[in-house]
Design a protein around this ligand. Structure first.
Ligand code: PFF
Length: 448
């Protein structure tokens, strides 16, 4: 007998959890830096369009399938299949989702571990422990293993507590804190010299950057940012009550995700130019704005250093923001393989969580030890290949394989008059034809 499934206790609980999954390092780090290196507001406009025209429909496919099947991705896709062939592909995509979610978590936990180490650093400084400061900010294997382990442990603790007491409770607590920290940091940074130049770079559109490359960058960013393709939104949808309107909740999640990404740009870009004003180099040798780990781990810490004692508190606020954003995302990734282990293998949650968590930690450790060869490879396989291809599979399942009357019946729950809405007039054919074609075209472009 399988254990009873968890469920979000409220609309808000689901919203915080799903927005928590969506809002992560991708929003606070990825989005602003991609915008800065791809024509500022030109990228922002394209991103907004893609988020609503492409990512939102795909998100709806995941949420609707999940709530209907009330199962993990493997079982859910099998359940809406119509014969042995589609059932086979359903299992394949489902296992693909579990694998890719686990791979994303394996590199995400490493980056989040860096954030935890940098959060600990100002505390070590306050106590004058200079040896500890050096260790925490150095990039040693021991430091990386330790902090990836700490971050993975936190993720496991929340997931082991279950849907309502773990995912929902922590997301509801952490998401508002994230927003408050973000706004406080923006208010502070905008008062510093140089901030306005950063705002200009971020908000002045340079449409000469419009190109297939920009489109692909924006699409990849939208997919990663909304946590699509790997079954996180599907599994969260499966814990959602039937009284809620899915199109409305999905739109809210998209709005929050896009809103926070945009707001994060108001922090990161001005902060970079404030750092430049304070004497830190923000352009690489080739003249490009520093966007990779150097930005978060060198440029911004250098800026905090110039701020004296206030800088310690700004650093704490900033890295706390990064850790919170990472944690509400990492729990959603871990829930994907854990839900499968609970439902398909009959393992209780409290055992399934450390079991799966440790396997993923072993992958993270392998990446840390072979960082130069593996890190970029795992990021690319999971986010550039895995996520878009699985996104196509989910759209195909929602648009072609699942029976239309069942799909409509599911959407009607919590939204009686859905048939009269613009959503129902557009979305079914959109997810059937436009989404897969757009994703595949962009994918082919990027692979070639
Ligand atoms: N959406 C997260 C971010 O923007 O950082 C990343 C992510 C979470 C990707 C969950 C995939 C996933 F399943």
């Amino acid at each position: 007998m399988s254990a009873p499934r968890g469920q979000f206790s409220s609309n808000i609980g689901f919203l915080m959890a799903a927005a928590g999954s969506a809002v992560g390092l991708g929003n606070i780090w990825g989005f602003p830096t991609k915008a800065a290196s791809n024509g500022g507001a030109a990228f922002v406009v394209v991103y907004l369009l893609l988020a609503f025209l492409l990512a939102y429909p795909a998100l709806m496919a995941e949420l609707t399938i999940g709530r209907h099947a009330r199962r993990n991705m493997v079982q859910a896709l099998r359940e809406i299949s119509i014969g042995p062939i589609s059932r086979f592909f359903g299992s394949l995509a489902g296992f693909g989702g579990i694998l890719v979610a686990s791979l994303i978590l394996s590199f995400y936990a490493i980056v989040a571990g860096w954030m935890v180490a940098h959060l600990a650093e100002p505390f070590a400084s306050l106590f004058g422990a200079s040896g500890a400061v050096e260790w925490l900010t150095g990039n040693s294997t021991a430091r990386n293993l330790t902090f990836t382990a700490i971050f993975s442990g936190l993720t496991m603790l929340i997931i082991a507590a279950g849907v309502e007491k773990g995912i929902e409770r922590w997301s509801t607590l952490l998401m508002p804190s994230l927003i408050i920290l973000l706004l406080l940091l923006i208010a502070y940074v905008l008062t510093q010299p140089g901030a306005v130049t950063g705002l200009e770079v971020y908000l002045m559109p340079d449409f000469s950057h419009l190109s297939p490359k920009l489109l692909i960058a924006a699409m990849g960013q939208a997919f990663f940012s909304l946590s699509l393709g790997v079954g996180t939104m599907l599994i969260y949808g499966s814990y959602l009550s039937q009284q809620e309107s899915l199109p409305r909740l999905g739109a809210l999640v998209t709005l929050i995700d896009v809103g926070i990404a945009f707001t994060a740009g108001l922090l990161i870009l001005p902060a970079m130019y404030v750092a430049q004003e304070a004497g830190t180099q923000i352009f690489s040798e080739s003249g490009e704005l520093i966007a990779g780990p150097g930005l978060i781990l060198q440029v911004l810490p250098a800026l905090f250093d110039t701020m004296g004692t206030a800088g310690l508190f700004v650093a704490i606020a900033f890295f706390a923001l990064m850790v919170i954003a990472s944690l509400t995302s990492s729990i959603s990734m871990l829930e994907v393989p854990v839900a499968f282990t609970i439902e398909n293998l009959g393992v209780p949650r409290r055992l399934a969580t450390p079991l799966v968590g440790l396997i993923i930690f072993a992958i993270s450790s392998t990446i840390i030890v072979n960082f130069d060869t593996l890190f970029g490879l795992v990021v690319s396989i999971s986010t550039e290949y895995g996520q878009p291809l699985l996104g196509v599979a989910l759209c195909v399942f929602a648009g072609w394989i699942w029976r239309r009357d069942q799909l409509l019946a599911e959407l009607k729950k919590g939204h009686e008059n859905i048939e009269q809405t613009l959503f129902w007039k557009i979305w079914p054919w959109y997810v059937r034809i436009v989404c897969p074609l757009l994703i595949l075209t962009a994918f082919a472009q990027s692979v070639m």
